[in-house]
Design a protein around this ligand. Structure first.
Ligand code: SF4
Length: 402
């Protein structure tokens, strides 16, 4: 890669904390979706709820919204009519609006959802035997420019709010019709359709840390959606300073977009590597399982023909990650219009997998899902491409011209 200097986009912007405003819905009412329990308490205090009742009121409303999926205060029958009216005057319960839903031949569902400001993000539901994974987005577009990634061709529009992040989970539960009925025991309920969350959609979650953390705390809350922290995987391209914070403040599983075994190649594929190189990243990852008490880290590795798929790469990879409890996900590249790479041959992927497997690591080759609806990994991009990069720029970033 010799053309990185040509790219006008910042490769690794500083982590900036933008002060968060109260999320406002229509008529200046506050949207309570995405507020932490403490924030909700403060809001209820603001409308005059007596101090002594605050905790109980928060619990009650929380359960209606996140356990039973209700969106109308009028349905919250264990609250007095007067309190329901007060809530209705000050708040809304709003989730993103589903604009389109596509269902793949293999059952994968892709939703295009609209958030405030008319922006759109994609959410993908992948059903598997005994579980179902929802891949959610954390940003509209992405500031990073991973050259194999379709989302990376769209510039960052904005961070999602916590409400918009957890809202993606809520709209998927709506579509799957998976909110339990109040008062009905879930003891004999079948396995959950939506049992896992992966933050692998659009955006770099660790560049939107606070909102991602708040949303995932809501997903994990035992009196609501109640997913275990081991069923949530956050995937980062390697924002080193935020990784320890993820362990401490979220505690979910971690996946890392690794994709290369030398800095030279990773600088091109995952340009954040120029800021935090392989050595620095691995040193941080070694600490993660101890800090978060989680079993192992997933290394995502996209298989690109002639770029990162040699047997030498596989050998280097197992050497690099030695000592880290890990699983390596091999992802056959999913091509998208204008992409600069090709998928590795099946035979080559299998050779690579064998080296990794023989070194003692699980090395599943991911079965591409939802390809017919462009829902496969790395193919996500909202239909409204406001700031699209040119083909020339994509090629320049991949080092293919000049
Ligand atoms: S792989 Fe992730 S971090 Fe890289 S450009 Fe795509 S969405 Fe952004």
């Amino acid at each position: 890669m010799t053309d990185d200097m040509k790219s006008p986009a910042p490769v690794t912007p500083d982590v900036v904390t933008i002060p968060r405003k109260r999320p406002e819905g229509p008529d200046g009412k506050v949207n309570i979706v995405g507020l932490t329990r403490d924030a909700l308490k403060a809001e209820f205090a603001r409308i005059g709820t007596p101090e002594k009742q605050l905790k109980m009121r928060v619990n009650q409303v929380w359960q209606w919204v996140y356990q039973w999926g209700k969106r109308d205060f009028a349905e919250m029958t264990n609250l007095s009519k007067a309190f329901r009216a007060e809530l209705d005057a000050a708040f809304v319960i709003e989730v993103p609006e589903v604009v389109t839903k596509q269902v793949s031949d293999d059952g994968t569902r892709k939703y295009l959802v609209k958030i405030a400001g008319g922006h759109e993000v994609e959410v993908v539901y992948i059903p598997e035997t005994n579980r179902g994974t929802l891949c959610i987005s954390s940003q509209v577009g992405c500031t990073l420019t991973c050259t194999f990634c379709h989302t990376g061709t769209q510039k960052l529009v904005r961070n999602l709010t916590a409400g918009e992040i957890i809202g993606q989970v809520m709209v998927a539960r709506d579509d799957l019709d998976e909110w339990p009925e109040p008062g009905v025991s879930t003891a004999d309920a079948p396995p959950r359709l939506l049992s896992n969350i992966v933050l692998m959609g659009m955006g770099e979650p660790l560049y939107n840390f606070d909102n991602v953390r708040d949303a995932m705390k809501i997903a994990m809350d035992g009196e609501g959606i109640s997913l275990s922290r081991r069923r949530i995987t956050l995937s980062t391209s390697g924002v080193v300073p935020e990784i320890a914070k993820t362990a401490e403040e979220i505690g979910c599983l971690l996946a890392v977009s690794f994709h290369a075994t030398t800095d030279e190649v990773r600088d091109v594929l995952v340009p954040i590597n120029k800021r935090w190189n392989i050595e620095t990243l691995l040193a941080t990852l070694r600490e993660y399982p101890k800090l978060s008490n989680s079993e192992r880290i997933t290394f995502e590795y996209v298989m690109l023909k002639g770029v990162n798929d040699s047997v030498e790469d596989a050998r280097r990879l197992v050497k690099l990650i030695k000592g880290i409890p890990a699983k390596i996900n091999l992802i056959p590249f999913n091509e998208w219009p204008g992409s600069a790479y090709e998928r590795s041959d099946r035979e080559q992927i299998e050779k690579f997998a064998e080296v990794v497997y023989k070194a003692g690591y699980s090395s599943p080759i991911r079965r591409p899902r939802g390809e017919d609806i462009m829902a496969a990994c790395g193919q996500l991009k909202s239909a409204t491409e406001r700031a699209r990069k040119s083909r020339r720029q994509i090629e320049a970033e991949a080092g293919l011209n000049g």
